[in-house]
Design a protein around this ligand. Structure first.
Ligand code: AMP
Length: 563
C-alpha cells in the first residue's frame, strides 16, 4: 500500500540516443518533455573533460568536440556492450560509464523541473540491442543512481506515443533510423492493444554512417588521407560535414574547409549524395524485407508507415522508403522526441495512471536465441534455436537435448543469438557447465529459456533422470562485467567532479564562441574574438541580469551566422 502523504514517484521516460538524449515525464494526463539547463529538450550525448577537470555533458561538450577532440567523446552508444574504452583527457571510460554521465545529467534536469529527487525511469533501447547491450544500459542507469522500471524498445515506444495520438492506424511499419542504429518494427493497433508482430534491425547502421561516407568521399576527392590530418582538423571537418549533411534537404550545398593554410572546397548535389550513399541505402532494405516476411505481410497490406529518428529527415532515406512502399510515410510527430514521449507513456501504463490504464502492449524478441549442439559424431558447433525470432514476450520455451557419449562428466551449455546455422557466425552470449553423474547411458536434459519483458534471458537446465535443476541468469558476460569491474566503475564515477548545472548556460556559450572562432576567418573571426572578450569581461562582473542579456544576444548572433 502506498503512503498517501508521500509524493507519487515521477513517471519518467528516457531516450538514451547515440546523438541526442531526452527525458520526458507523464504529468497531467500526458507525456511532456523536460528541458535541460539551457532550455533545450535535446541534450547531445557528448561528454567532455573541462580544463578544471570537471565533466561537461551536452551542448557545451558537443562544441568542444571541434576545439578539444582529445578531451571529448561522442557516439559512445555504438560501443555499448563491448570492451572498448574511450579516452577523455588521459582518463579512460567504458561506454556505460559515459552513458551514466548522460543519464545523470538528464536526472538532474528532471529533478530541477519537478522540484524533488527522482529514482526511477523507463529507458528505451534499440529493439535490436542484444542481451549484453541491454544489461550494460541497466548498469549505466544504476551508475547514475536510477532504477530502470522497464527497458522498452525504441520503435515500440514510438508506437505507444503514436497510438495515443492517432487512433485510426491498424497495421503499421515503424522505420527508426537514429544516429547509430536502425530498427524496423511491424505492429498492429487494435486499441487498447498494441501488438508488435516483428522487429528486426542493424545495430551498426545510422545517420553517423551517412556522415562518415561523405567524409570518405570528400577526402578522396581532395586526395587526402585521415593520417595526414590531425585530430582537431578531423573533428572540424566531421563537424562541418555533419552540418552540411543536415542542410542537403535545402538543395545543392557547398563546403569549404581550411587545413594547414590550404582551402578545400566540395560541392554535393542530390544525385552525387545518392551515389555515395547507395551501399548504405541498400543495407536499409534487408531488415525491412525480413520484418515484413516474419509478420507475413506484403508492403501493400500496411495501413501506415511511420518514420522515427533524426536520420529519417534525410530526403534520400525518405525517397527510398516512399519508393519501396509506394506511398508517403507518416511523420506528423517530431521524429526526435517521439521515443522519449513513448517511454514516459509506458511509465504511466506501468504505474496504471488513471488517464492511460487502457493501453496494453505486447512486444517480441527480435532475434533467435539457442545453444551450441553437435549433429552426429563429427559435426559440432551447430546452432539449435530455442526461442525463435519474433516470438511474443515474455516467453518461456523448452527443448530436449542428449549427451553425446557415455560417461560424460559435464555438459556445456553455450548460449548464442543470431540467425545463422553455425554458432561461429552468431553472437556468443554466455556459457556454463552442468555437472553430470557419469553413466553408461546417454542422458537427456531439458533446456528452458525464459525471456522477460525487458529482453533479458534466464536459462534452466533439468536433468531428466534425476530431476535435478540448474538455473542460470545470464549476468556475467563474456566481456566480464563482474562485481569487481562494477565496483571500479562506481568508484571512478563517484570521484568525478561534475560541472555545476547552473553554470552550464555560460559555459556552453563560451564553448560555442571558441568553436565559432575556430570555424571562421577574417572579419567574422575578429568579430567573434570581440564577443568572446566581451562575454568573458561580463562574466567577471558577476551581474546575473547583465550576463543573461549578453548571453541571449550572443547566442542569437551565433544562430544567425549558423555557427
Ligand atoms: P537520433 O539518434 O534520432 O537523435 O538521430 C540522430 C541522427 O540524425 C544523426 O546522425 C544526425 O546527423 C541525423 N539528423 C538529424 N537531423 C538531420 C537532418 N535535418 N538531416 C539529416 N540528418 C539529420
Amino acid at each position: 500500500m502506498q503512503d498517501a502523504t508521500l509524493p507519487r514517484p515521477a513517471l519518467l521516460g528516457i531516450d538514451l540516443g547515440t546523438t541526442n538524449s531526452l527525458i520526458a515525464v507523464w504529468q497531467d494526463g500526458r507525456a511532456q518533455l523536460i528541458p535541460n539547463a539551457l532550455g533545450d529538450v535535446l541534450t547531445p550525448s557528448v561528454v567532455s573533460l573541462d580544463e578544471d577537470d570537471s565533466i561537461l555533458v551536452g551542448k557545451a561538450a558537443r562544441a568542444r568536440l571541434t576545439t578539444h577532440p582529445e578531451r571529448t567523446v561522442a557516439a559512445f552508444k555504438r560501443f555499448m556492450g563491448s570492451d572498448k574504452r574511450l579516452e577523455l583527457g588521459g582518463r579512460s571510460f567504458s561506454p556505460e560509464e559515459l552513458s551514466a554521465l548522460v543519464i545523470g545529467s538528464l536526472k538532474q534536469d528532471a529533478e530541477a523541473f519537478l522540484g524533488h529527487p527522482v529514482q526511477e525511469a523507463v529507458i528505451s533501447v534499440p529493439a535490436y540491442f542484444s542481451d549484453e547491450q541491454r544489461k550494460r544500459t541497466l548498469f549505466a542507469a544504476e551508475l547514475a543512481g536510477l532504477t530502470v522500471s522497464r527497458l522498452i524498445n525504441e520503435p515500440t515506444a514510438a508506437a505507444m506515443a503514436y497510438g495515443l495520438h492517432e487512433q485510426k492506424f491498424e497495421r503499421t511499419l515503424i522505420f527508426d533510423l537514429g544516429g547509430g542504429t536502425f530498427d524496423v518494427t511491424v505492429l498492429e493497433y487494435a486499441l487498447p492493444l498494441i501488438e508488435v508482430h516483428a522487429s528486426t534491425g542493424d545495430n551498426f547502421l545510422g545517420g553517423e554512417d551517412f556522415t562518415e561516407a561523405l567524409l570518405q568521399a570528400c577526402l578522396k576527392d581532395w586526395q587526402l588521407t585521415p593520417a595526414q590530418i590531425d585530430a582537431q582538423g578531423m573533428a572540424s571537418l566531421g563537424d562541418a560535414l555533419e552540418q552540411f549533411k543536415c542542410k542537403l534537404a535545402d538543395g545543392t550545398q557547398s563546403l569549404s574547409w581550411r587545413h594547414e593554410d590550404r582551402s578545400y572546397a566540395w560541392t554535393l548535389d542530390e544525385a552525387l549524395a545518392l551515389k555515395i550513399w547507395e551501399p548504405l541505402l541498400a543495407r536499409l532494405r534487408a531488415p525491412i524485407e525480413q520484418a515484413l516476411r516474419d509478420a507475413r505481410l506484403k508492403p501493400r497490406d500496411l495501413d501506415s508507415l511511420v518514420l522515427v529518428g533524426g536520420a529519417t529527415r534525410m530526403p534520400a532515406v525518405q525517397q527510398m522508403v516512399a519508393t519501396l512502399f509506394g506511398r508517403l510515410p507518416y511523420r506528423h510527430l517530431d521524429p526526435d522526441t517521439i521515443v522519449a514521449l513513448g517511454a514516459a507513456t509506458q511509465a504511466a501504463c506501468k504505474a496504471r495512471d488513471g488517464a492511460i490504464e487502457e493501453l496494453i502492449l505486447t512486444d517480441v524478441c527480435p532475434y533467435t536465441l539457442g545453444i551450441s549442439t553437435s549433429r552426429g559424431e563429427q559435426v559440432s558447433g551447430a546452432f539449435s534455436p530455442i526461442i525463435e525470432r519474433n516470438t511474443v514476450i515474455p516467453t518461456s520455451r523448452v527443448q530436449q537435448f542428449y549427451t553425446t557419449h557415455p560417461h560424460q562428466a559435464f555438459i556445456r551449455i553455450a548460449v548464442y543469438q543470431g540467425e545463422r546455422p553455425w554458432v561461429r557466425d552468431n553472437i556468443f552470449i554466455d556459457s556454463f557447465d552442468v555437472p553430470l553423474t557419469p553413466s553408461e547411458q546417454i542422458q537427456s536434459l531439458d533446456v528452458r529459456f525464459s525471456y522477460d519483458i525487458n529482453g533479458l534471458l534466464e536459462v534452466d537446465v533439468t536433468l531428466l533422470a534425476s530431476g535435478e535443476r540448474h538455473s542460470h541468469s545470464i549476468d556475467r558476460s563474456p566481456t566480464g562485467l563482474d562485481a569487481q569491474s562494477r565496483q571500479a566503475s562506481h568508484e571512478r564515477l563517484t570521484a568525478l567532479k561534475i560541472h555545476p548545472r547552473d553554470a552550464l548556460p555560460n559555459r556552453t556559450l563560451l564553448a560555442r564562441l571558441e568553436r565559432a572562432w575556430m570555424q571562421s576567418l577574417g572579419d567574422e573571426r575578429e568579430r567573434i574574438a570581440d564577443w568572446l572578450d566581451t562575454f568573458t569581461a561580463v562574466l567577471g562582473g558577476q551581474q546575473p541580469t547583465e550576463i543573461a542579456s549578453h548571453r541571449t544576444q550572443l547566442n542569437k548572433a551565433l544562430d544567425q551566422l549558423r555557427l
